[in-house]
Design a protein around this ligand. Structure first.
Ligand code: GLU
Length: 276
């Protein structure tokens, strides 16, 4: 039985890109009578707007989707802390108080997500005194796990290359976990068998695969779908003027009809799918 999930962060309203992602995950689970889960990724306290979660549910219902709710990230802190202490006991985490500007100044290469953290604090004799994040020492972690592979339903078998993104933050200064740690643990806890999300998170999966190996978590398959772009070829975003699903819903449009169109690749006006 396939278990998929849609895991939006409640820091802005959903748009057509989210609708496409949710419909894809929903239909992949439906194909074999599986389950489609909704997980609210509200770990980022200050940026989270709790009232949006109910709006997300209204949007999904408007599209004609059915789902099972699983607990939001804000209730899962203990699980994140347990995993972080385990990694710490394995000697794989180190403190880092570098700012974005420090990293931009020190980086010697760019990765898929911008300047790659060059490991500045890995060898530090004096640990930072103020608030600091915890980073994963990827090279050391790979010595434990050895080479890893993972499988994407569209792109096929992948050799995990977690070094590509540099040592990632697993515990943020102000939060019990970063996206990487939280999403990996949640997918395991929720029994997700097919992690369905946009291609913008493809590189992140290299890290997630490594975390699964380190924490002895089950290894799902992945389905990274192409993104929807606006007419200037940019990812959809509310701040760039993409209309939200709630706007369409509230103006009385038929969400089920829109969902059917999206299923056959008939995109709303001014939107296209990224090409390979
Ligand atoms: N919460 C993430 C987002 O809203 C999605 C994470 C994921 O699907 O793994 O972009």
């Amino acid at each position: 039985m396939t278990v998929t999930r849609f895991a939006p962060s409640p820091n802005g309203p959903l748009h057509w890109g989210h609708a496409y992602s949710a419909i894809t995950a929903h239909d992949l689970a439906g194909a074999d009578g599986g389950r489609f889960l909704l997980r609210i990724e509200d770990i980022d306290g200050p940026r989270s707007r709790p009232e949006l979660a109910d709006d997300f549910r209204r949007d999904l219902a408007w599209l004609g989707l059915e789902w099972d709710d699983v607990p939001p990230q804000s209730t899962r802190g203990a699980n994140y802390q347990m995993a972080a202490s385990r990694l710490q006991q394995m000697g794989l985490l180190y403190l880092c108080d570098c700012t974005r500007a420090d990293i931009a100044a020190a980086a010697t290469r760019a990765g898929p997500e911008g300047p790659v953290y060059p490991g500045t604090c890995r060898q530090c004799d004096h640990p930072p005194e103020g608030p600091a994040a915890l980073r994963l020492d990827i090279a050391k972690a790979l010595e434990i796990t050895g080479p890893l592979t993972w499988h994407d339903a569209l792109a096929g078998k992948q050799q995990a290359d977690p070094l590509m993104l540099g040592d990632p933050v697993l515990v943020r200064k102000d939060m019990p976990a970063s996206y990487h740690l939280a999403a990996t643990l949640d997918d395991a806890a929720d029994g997700v068998t097919l992690v369905t999300r946009g291609r913008d998170l493809f590189a992140a999966t290299h890290i997630h695969r490594l975390l699964q190996a380190l924490l002895s978590l089950p290894v799902p398959q992945w389905h990274h779908h192409p993104l929807l772009l606006d007419d200037e070829g940019r990812k959809l975003a509310k701040r760039r003027g993409s209309k939200s699903l709630a706007d369409h819903r509230k103006s009385g449009e038929d969400g089920r009809e829109w969902a059917q169109k999206i299923r056959i690749g008939e995109w709303p006006c001014g939107i296209r799918q990224e090409s390979d």
